[in-house]
Write a protein that binds this ligand. Structure first.
Ligand code: BGC
Length: 835
C-alpha cells in the first residue's frame, strides 16, 4: 500500500503503466494486471493556449446571466492521431465539445476550489474524437461558483467578474510528430441557448434559439463576436486528487400528481442533481420547474424553509432552484440542465398543456463519483432506513466539496466535514475528496492562523468581508487537525499529515495565542485576579459552540448578538485540548519527536485548565448539559476518578429529558459511543430507538430520506424548517458500524485497518446485524445473529491484516486473515442493552 513511485523522473504528459508481483511463503505470484497513471501539464511553460473570454452584455445581475459559447478550429496534419489529449479549465463552469460531441462524463467542471490559488484542469482523452485535417473545439461556459451566487449571503463575482476558458489540445501522430493548439485570439464567442445559469437560482433555456453544428468544423461563426484574450497566468493550475463529479444514478419518479395548474413529481429520494424532462410540449411551451425537498398540505412543492432570511437583508432571498425551458417543438427534444444543481425530492412542472406521466421525467443524481466502501443492515427496518438516509445525505453533499446542504448554502463548512468524516470514510473512499478539500482549507488560512469557516471561502464570508468575525470557531477550525488525522486513520497515508502539518501548526498557534492573550470580559469581571490556568483557557473569539441544541433557536438579531458574545470556553477549551493531543500523535507519526512532546505537554496543560475551570469540587461538570458531559468523556477531559460519575450524570440528564438527547451539532456524533463505552449501551440503544422529538427515528418516521439539519426539521403540522439534507447528525450511523456490527478502528493501532477490532454490542430488539467495509487491505465483514441466548458471529479478516474479536461475554481472540466463526453467550437477555 502507498508505495511511492521510484522510477525515472517523469515529465508532463508521461504515461506510466505498472504491475505488481509478490513473493510469499507459498511461492511467487504472476504479474498483476496493469495499472496506469498519466501526468498532466506540470508547469506554466507547457501551456501555449491563451485564456480567452466571451464578449458579454454588461450589467446583468448574478443569477440572470446567460451561458456563453466559445469556439475555435485547429488544423491537424493528414496523418492518423495516435494520442490526443485535451486539457481544459474555466473561470466559471464549462462543458467542452470536440467536432460536435461532448467530451468526457465529468459534470460541473472545473469543480470548486479556492480559485486564486488552485484551479483544476481536466485532462480528456480525445484520440477518438480527432480527425486528420480540420477539427473544431467548442465550450459552453456559465457563471458557476467562480462568479455566480454562492453561500448563504448569495455573494457573487467572488473570484472575478469575467468568464474565461482555457483549453489546449496535444496530439501525437503515428509519424511521431506532435501538434499543440488551443484557445487564442482567433476564437469566437456568442450567447448560448442557456439564457441564464446559476448554481443557486437555476437554469433557463430557450430551445428555439438552438443552432446545431456550432462545435463542428466549418460552422459559419461570422456572426459571432471575437473573444478577449486575458492574462491569468498558469501558476494556479492543478490536477484534482478527487474523482470528478458525475451523473451517477437515475431515479424514476414514484409518483406524479396534478396540483393546481401543475404537475408535482416525487423522485422518491432527496438528492443533489437535476431532472431530465422528455416531454416539452409543442413549440413555444414555457415550462417552469421548481425543485424542493418538501411538499405542503396541498401536495405542492414548498421551498420557503430554504429562503435566506438574514437580519441585515431588507427581505428574505428566495430559495432559487427554479429551471425554465421553452420548447422548440422538435421531436426527441430533452431538457437536462448541466450548469446548475438542486437539492430536491419534488419537482413542480408548470405550464405544460398536456398531462404528464412518470415516464416523462427522470431524477439525475449528481455527485463526486466516490467508490462505495461500507454497508450495514440489521433486523430493524427503521434503523436500516436511517442508515440509508445518512448515506444519501453524504451523497447529496459531496459535490466536489463536502457541503453543509445542497440547497440553502452549498458551502464547504469546516465543522460539518470534521464531524462527519469518520462516518464518511467507512461508507465511501473519501481520501482524495478530503485531500483536495484540505488543500483549500490550508490555502484559505488567514495570516494569523484562523481557519476560515468555509473551504473554498468566498471573500464575502472570509477575512476581507463583512462576516469575517464569524470565522475561527472551535470545532470548525479544528477541522484542519481532525480531518487529516481521520483520513490518516482510515487510509494510512502519512504524506497528507506532512502536507497539512504547517496548516495545523498555524491553527494551534492561533488558538494558543488567543488563549494566552485574551480573556472573556465576564471572567475578568468575576475574578479579582487571573488564575494561572487561564492562559490555557480559550474563552475569547467567536464560537458557534454546541450549535443547534434542540429548542435553542436564536430569534432575531439581539439573540444572535448575545450568542456571539457568550463565553463558550467549555467547548473551545475542550477542542483546544483535543486538537493539541491529536497534533502530538500526528507529530509522532511524521517523525517530529520534539513537536510530539511539546504538543503533548500543551494538551495536558489545556486539559488541566479545562478541569480547573469546569470540574467542580464535588466532581460535577459544568455546564451541566448532555453535550458537555459527552464531549468531556469523548475527549478524555474528565479525571479518571470522576469518569463513572460523569457518565452516570449524563444518563440522569438523558432520563430527565424523558430519555431524549439534548445535544446539538458537535456532541451528537459522540453520544451513543460514549454511552456504550461507559457501560450504558442500554441507554444508547434506547436513544437510537426513541422516535419522539428530538430523535433520529422521529425523522425517519416522518418520511425523511436524508438527515435534517434540525431535530424539528418537519414539525407536527408537517411544516419544514431549514435544510432537510445536512449529514452532520447522521454521524450517528458510526455507532451502527462500530458498535452494532462491531467493526472498529481503534486509534492506538496501525491505521488503515492493518489491525482492527470486531466487537459487536447487540442491543435493542435487533436480532441480527451485518456490516462490510472495503478497507485499503480488502473487505472486512462482520455479521452476527442471535440464536436463543447464543450469539453467532462471522468475521472476515482481509489478507495482510489481523483482528481482535471480542464477544459480548468478553471471550476474545486475535486472528489472522480468513473467515472466522465465533459463538458465545449473548448475555442474559434481560440484561441485554435496551431490552
Ligand atoms: C450551516 C452549518 C454550519 C453552521 C455554522 C449553518 O448555516 O448550514 O451546517 O456548520 O451554519 O454554525
Amino acid at each position: 500500500m502507498l508505495v511511492e513511485y521510484g522510477g525515472p523522473e517523469l515529465r508532463s504528459g508521461d504515461r506510466v503503466a505498472w504491475q505488481v508481483k509478490v513473493w510469499t511463503d507459498l511461492g511467487e505470484s504472476d504479474w498483476s494486471r496493469s495499472g496506469v497513471f498519466e501526468l498532466g501539464l506540470l508547469s506554466a511553460g507547457d501551456w501555449s493556449a491563451r485564456w480567452i473570454g466571451p464578449v458579454e452584455v454588461d450589467g446583468l445581475p448574478a443569477g440572470m446571466r446567460p451561458a456563453m459559447l466559445v469556439r475555435g478550429e485547429l488544423e491537424l496534419p493528414e496523418s492518423a492521431v495516435l494520442r490526443g489529449r485535451l486539457y481544459a479549465t474555466a473561470h466559471g463552469i464549462y462543458e467542452v465539445f470536440v467536432n460536435g460531441e461532448r467530451v468526457g462524463d465529468a459534470e460541473l467542471t472545473p469543480g470548486y476550489t479556492e480559485y486564486r490559488a488552485r484551479l483544476q484542469v481536466q485532462t480528456y482523452d480525445i484520440t477518438e474524437h480527432l480527425v486528420p485535417g480540420r477539427n473544431a473545439l467548442g465550450a459552453v461556459v456559465s457563471d458557476g461558483w467562480f462568479r455566480g451566487q454562492v453561500g448563504l449571503p448569495r455573494a457573487h463575482d467572488q473570484w472575478g467578474s469575467e468568464l474565461g476558458f482555457l483549453a489546449q489540445v496535444c496530439a501525437t501522430f503515428d509519424s511521431g510528430a506532435t501538434a499543440v493548439a488551443g484557445t487564442g485570439a482567433e476564437w469566437r464567442s456568442t450567447r448560448s441557448t442557456i439564457e441564464s445559469a446559476d448554481l443557486i437560482a437555476g437554469q433557463s433555456v430557450d430551445l428555439r434559439h438552438y443552432v446545431g453544428g456550432w462545435s463542428e468544423p466549418g460552422f459559419d461563426d461570422s456572426g459571432w463576436d471575437p473573444v478577449t484574450v486575458g492574462d491569468h497566468g498558469y501558476d494556479n493550475l492543478v490536477a484534482s486528487p478527487a474523482p470528478p463529479v458525475r451523473a451517477v444514478e437515475e431515479l424514476a419518479p414514484v409518483s406524479v400528481l396534478r396540483v393546481g395548474g401543475g404537475h408535482v413529481f416525487d423522485v422518491g429520494q432527496n438528492i443533489n442533481g437535476w431532472v431530465r424532462l422528455r416531454n416539452l410540449g409543442p413549440e413555444g411551451t414555457a415550462l417552469t420547474l421548481t425543485h424542493g425537498e418538501a411538499i405542503d398540505a396541498t401536495g405542492d412543492v414548498t421551498t420557503s424553509h430554504l429562503d435566506v432570511d438574514l437580519p441585515f437583508l431588507p427581505e428574505p432571498l428566495p430559495a432559487g432552484q427554479v429551471d425554465r425551458v421553452v420548447s422548440a417543438g422538435r421531436p426527441g427534444e430533452v431538457f437536462e440542465p448541466r450548469h446548475t444543481t438542486h437539492g430536491f425530492q419534488f419537482v413542480r412542472v408548470e405550464g405544460h398543456p398536456a398531462s404528464l406521466g412518470v415516464a416523462d421525467l427522470t431524477g439525475v443524481v449528481v455527485h463526486t463519483d466516490m467508490t462505495r466502501t461500507g454497508w450495514f443492515r440489521c433486523s430493524d427496518e427503521r434503523v436500516n432506513r436511517l442508515h440509508e438516509a445518512c448515506v444519501w445525505s453524504l451523497r447529496g453533499n459531496a459535490c466536489d466539496i463536502p457541503t453543509d446542504c445542497p440547497t440553502r448554502e452549498r458551502a464547504g463548512w469546516t465543522g460539518d466535514w470534521q464531524i462527519f468524516v469518520p462516518t464518511a470514510a467507512f461508507l465511501y473512499d473519501v481520501a482524495g475528496f478530503s485531500t483536495k478539500w484540505l488543500r483549500d482549507v490550508a490555502v484559505e488560512q488567514w495570516g494569523n492562523g484562523v481557519v476560515a469557516n468555509l473551504a473554498p471561502s468566498p471573500p464575502t464570508e472570509s477575512e476581507s468581508g463583512p462576516l469575517a468575525g464569524l470565522n475561527g470557531s472551535a470545532g470548525w477550525g479544528d477541522a484542519a487537525v481532525i480531518v487529516p488525522w481521520e483520513i490518516y486513520r482510515a487510509y494510512g497515508d502519512r504524506r497528507l499529515l506532512e502536507e497539512q502539518w504547517p496548516s495545523m501548526v498555524a491553527w494551534l498557534s492561533f488558538v494558543e495565542r488567543l488563549a494566552a492573550g485574551a480573556r472573556h470580559p465576564e471572567r475578568v469581571a468575576r475574578r479579582s485576579e487571573p488564575l494561572p490556568h487561564e492562559r490555557y483557557l480559550w474563552d475569547s473569539g467567536f464560537h458557534w459552540g454546541e450549535w443547534l441544541v434542540p429548542g435553542a433557536d436564536l430569534k432575531g438579531p439581539d439573540e444572535f448578538e448575545a450568542f456571539r458574545r457568550a463565553d463558550k470556553a467549555d467547548v473551545a477549551t475542550a477542542y483546544f485540548a483535543y486538537s493539541a493531543r491529536l497534533m502530538s500523535r500526528i507529530a509522532a507519526v511524521i517523525g517530529r519527536s520534539e513537536d510530539a512532546l511539546r504538543y503533548q505537554e500543551l494538551a495536558e496543560r489545556v486539559r488541566a485548565a479545562w478541569v480547573a475551570e469546569f470540574v467542580l469540587l464535588n466532581g460535577r461538570l459544568q455546564p451541566d448539559t448532555q453535550a458537555n458531559h459527552v464531549r468531556a468523556l469523548a475527549f478524555d477531559l474528565v479525571p479518571a476518578a470522576a469518569r463513572s460519575d460523569a457518565a452516570a450524570r449524563l444518563v440522569e440528564l438523558i432520563r430527565a429529558a424523558d430519555t431524549h438527547l439534548a445535544t446539538g451539532f458537535l456532541a451528537t456524533p459522540y453520544l451513543l459511543p460514549v454511552l456504550a463505552d461507559t457501560g450504558y449501551a442500554d441507554v444508547a440503544y434506547e436513544l437510537l430507538f426513541t422516535n419522539t422529538m428530538p430523535s433520529w427515528l422521529y425523522m425517519i418516521d416522518r418520511g425523511a430520506t436524508t438527515v435534517w439539519e434540525r431535530w424539528n426539521g418537519i414539525d407536527a403540522n408537517g411544516k419544514p424548517y431549514e435544510s432537510l439534507n445536512h449529514y452532520s447528525k447522521g454521524a450517528v450511523i458510526s455507532f451502527l458500524h462500530r458498535y452494532v456490527a462491531g467493526i472498529r478502528l481503534p486509534d492506538d493501532v496501525d491505521p488503515a485497518y492493518r489491525h482492527f477490532r470486531v466487537q459487536p454490542v447487540p442491543g435493542g430488539a435487533i436480532t441480527w446485524a451485518q456490516a462490510e467495509h472495503d478497507s485499503p487491505y480488502g473487505r472486512i465483514e462482520s455479521s452476527w445473529r442471535l440464536a436463543g441466548d447464543m450469539l453467532e458471529l462471522e468475521v472476515v479478516v482481509p489478507p495482510g491484516t489481523t483482528a481482535d474479536i471480542v464477544l459480548p461475554d468478553e471471550s476474545a481472540w486475535t486472528v489472522a486473515a480468513g473467515r472466522h466463526t465465533m459463538r458465545g453467550s449473548a448475555g442474559d437477555p434481560a440484561r441485554r442493552p435496551g431490552i
